[in-house]
Design a protein around this ligand. Sequence first.
Ligand code: PMP
Length: 352
Amino acid sequence: MNRLWSALARELEPYVPGEQPRVAGLVKLNTNESPLPPSPRVAPAVAAACEDLRLYPDPDATELRRALAAYHCLAPEQTFVGNGSDEVLAHAFVALLKRDAPLLFPDVTYSFYPVWARLYGVDSAVAPLDAAMRVCVADYRRPAGAIVLANPNAPTGIALPRTEIAALLDDHPDIPVVVDEAYVDFGGETAVPLIASHPNLLIVRTMSKSRALAGLRVGYALGDAGLIEALRRVKDSFNSYPLGRPAQAGAIASLADETYFQASRARVIGWREGMADGLRALGFEVLPSAANFVFARHPERDGAALAAALRQRAVLVRHFRGPRVAPYLRISVGGEDDVARLLEAMAEIVGA
Ligand code: PMP
């Protein structure tokens, strides 16, 4: 704390991202990065884009937005891009989610939502997950200014079917509903087909997970052109050039390689199921995941103690504090070797 800080800076409770260790040889299963590299088409496209680094990038990312529109069968005016989906979500808080009535989100969800709510002075309220850690759309049938949900939810990994998202939208035709589909490519059902009939739906996506581009920082939103226009107004009041030339070019190259994308996500899903089975065999309760991570707890072990014991064995996983989540570990899906090392370390720890 410093007397030169603004009152707001003093009051913030910043989000804490997972550790990015500099130590080699760790099994890194703590930030839901892809165990696979991005499409081989990305690096050459990024390199080519580096020839023009002297020049500012296209502030509207026209070519990338055109590619996203074509990919999702929408119009370019229904797309928006930002420096990671975190930036897109932050803009959505300002552009759409700040209202007189409270913003609703689950008690257990992406822990950045309450951080943005605080940063931007957005009044919020939580709807608890049910006993099985599921989102119940019926719990959102109450006065609200807006709703934000991650689907699949994080850190549970549990997905709602599209019919449930449609029911939620039908319950709330007059308020903005943001669906964060960061993990949808690993087994969720996207709400994109609902955009045509629901002008209040904004879908936020990222290229960090299923496209293995966390280091490039590309996120995007899809929705009615009216909602997108609000995001654009906020972006142009914040940073005209959120995506550099390499990021725009790399993202376009990734979208063009559908075969690689489909093969990668299928492999990650396969590894996830192997990892979940292995954990269950060691006595863990593993929530049904449609993401590139699992949320698991051991009936007799403390979550924080397990995470610390894994770290001693050079395996990094994520542990969150908080009454409902503290018993759990969030473990990102790794490749075959990483999963084997995780299960070996875990077997040692739980004595199986
Ligand atoms: N939404 C959810 C639910 C996430 O878990 C993450 C990753 N921390 C993000 C959005 C942000 O991802 P990125 O900024 O890398 O696009």
